[in-house]
Design a binder for this molecule. Structure first.
Ligand code: PHE
Length: 454
């Protein structure tokens, strides 16, 4: 069977940007920026994206294009014994997909919630949110709906589904983000937040800030999730990889920046300080604090709230599609199934495992795998993001840097244009990236077990 391919350069860039731009940009980035001194975090983050981030992104995409295989086969091409790296890597999208569909369902519920239940109820300080996620029926309904939409698009194929939806949703997302940003600038008191967000204060640089920025950088660019290997495997040989990588990273950064503009100034105006934004992290920031911030906008609340959750939904759908595609292509390539059958199998997988994880908020809420108050979703998130992703990123760097050797991938990049920064890239993947990521891995695990605080 001939491998599918993107219909052109922009189709690939938009789809990869669609993957990169996700909930990580919408809630994790503003939260980290608010927590770590605004402009200081921003500055460090930008530097990291265009050094570490683009290097690892290029590595994943080039591995995919060279081998024209999804993750397991991509590593296996260079020798059967290397398949094991691919197998460990493959666990990442399989762990993320179920819980990403749960959160996607929450976002979808909130996007319509401003119409169905009203801004005031959504801003009730968490009562609505917890009754929704603990509901034995409704929370499953939104999970099923979200997963179904994602897998229908994937079943339609690279050109027929994935490309088309990104072509519509990505520009729409940018327009919505610009609209909401412009509005937040007009809120009285918002400019204090803008100043905090944009002014670097170098005395605020700390080891925790650096660790958080590195982690965010490779999460946000969908690195080490098998996604970019898969998307890279559909890239044609005559497309300029370095240029595409920079554009994808630039796009992702732009949306993170806008997310900060959408959230931080409004939050500072409503809550009094940026620290108040970072007092709540993860889900509670997005689903409890933000509706409260919107509520302070008075009559504009329903409009801004709907637009914000709609654009977050677009971001979540296009990321979920990429993670589902990584799973589908792994199943397709390993079991030689048709796209339709593989998509059906992954849909069933997402529903079954997603229901199990979702049950952690209701019928199985007695299970607290990571200590009091933690949920099954936290466990899946910890295993995939804090443990496996860094492990896979380190393994990929060692594989490329020391086993197959950077020259092999440099030659692949140079099939379609000069790779001017080949030398610094080699130093990055051989030495700098593995060391940095080992530090991140150790810190994440130590923080989880309370050995250090982050
Ligand atoms: N880059 C994505 C984000 O920012 C990461 C991701 C992609 C997570 C796909 C899950 C699925 O959200």
């Amino acid at each position: 069977m001939e491998r599918e391919s993107w219909s052109g350069k922009w189709a690939f860039i938009l789809a990869a940007a669609g993957s990169a731009v996700g909930l990580g940009n919408m809630w994790r980035f503003p939260y980290l920026a608010a927590k770590y001194g605004g402009g200081t975090f921003l500055l460090i983050y930008i530097i990291l994206v265009f050094t570490l981030g683009v290097s690892l992104l290029l590595q994943d995409i080039t591995l995919g294009r060279k081998t024209k295989q999804s993750a397991i086969g991509a590593f296996g091409t260079f020798g059967k014994k290397y398949r094991v790296i691919g197998v460990v890597a493959a666990a990442v999208p399989f762990l993320i997909l179920p819980y990403y569909c749960i959160i996607g369902g929450w976002v979808a519920k909130y996007a319509v919630g401003y119409i169905t239940v009203g801004a005031e109820t959504l801003a009730d300080g968490g009562v609505f949110f917890s009754s929704f996620i603990t509901s034995p029926f409704e929370s499953y309904f939104w999970l099923f709906l979200f997963a179904l939409i994602v897998l229908v698009v994937v079943a339609l194929g690279v050109k027929g589904g994935i490309e088309k939806i990104n072509l519509v949703l990505m520009p729409a997302l940018i327009l919505l983000a610009l609209g909401v940003t412009i509005y937040t600038f007009t809120i009285p008191g918002a400019l204090d937040g803008v100043a905090y967000y944009l002014t670097p204060d170098l005395s605020k640089i700390s080891p925790e800030l650096l660790l958080a920025a590195i982690g965010q950088c490779f999460f946000s660019l969908s690195i080490a999730m098998c996604i970019m290997i898969t998307y890279g495997s559909y890239v044609k040989d005559d497309e300029n990889i370095t240029q595409s990588v920079n554009r994808i990273a630039g796009f992702d950064l732009l949306v993170s920046l806008l997310a900060g503009f959408m959230i931080i100034p409004g939050a500072v105006a409503a809550l009094g300080s940026a620290e108040a934004v970072s007092a709540s992290s993860g889900p509670s920031l997005m689903f409890i604090t933000l509706p409260t911030v919107f509520e302070h906008m008075g009559a504009a609340a329903p409009v801004i709230g709907t637009l914000f959750f709609l654009l977050a939904l677009f971001a979540a759908v296009t990321s979920a599609i990429s993670i589902a595609e990584a799973c589908v292509s792994i199943v397709q390539d390993s079991l030689h199934l048709s796209r339709l059958k593989a998509s059906l199998a992954i849909l069933i997988y997402a529903l079954v495992v997603g229901s199990f994880v979702n049950a952690g908020y209701n019928v199985l809420s007695g299970i607290e795998p990571l200590g009091a108050g933690s949920s099954l979703l936290d466990l899946f998130d910890f295993l995939s993001n804090s443990v496996l992703m860094p492990v896979v990123a380190i393994a990929t760097c060692i594989f490329v840097g020391w086993i197959i050797k950077p020259k092999m991938l440099i030659a692949e990049v140079e099939k379609s244009g000069r790779f001017a920064l080949a030398k610094p890239w080699t130093i990055m993947v051989k030495y700098i990236a593995p060391v940095l990521i080992v530090v991140v891995l150790v810190a994440y695990v130590a923080a989880q077990f309370g050995i250090i605080s982050m």
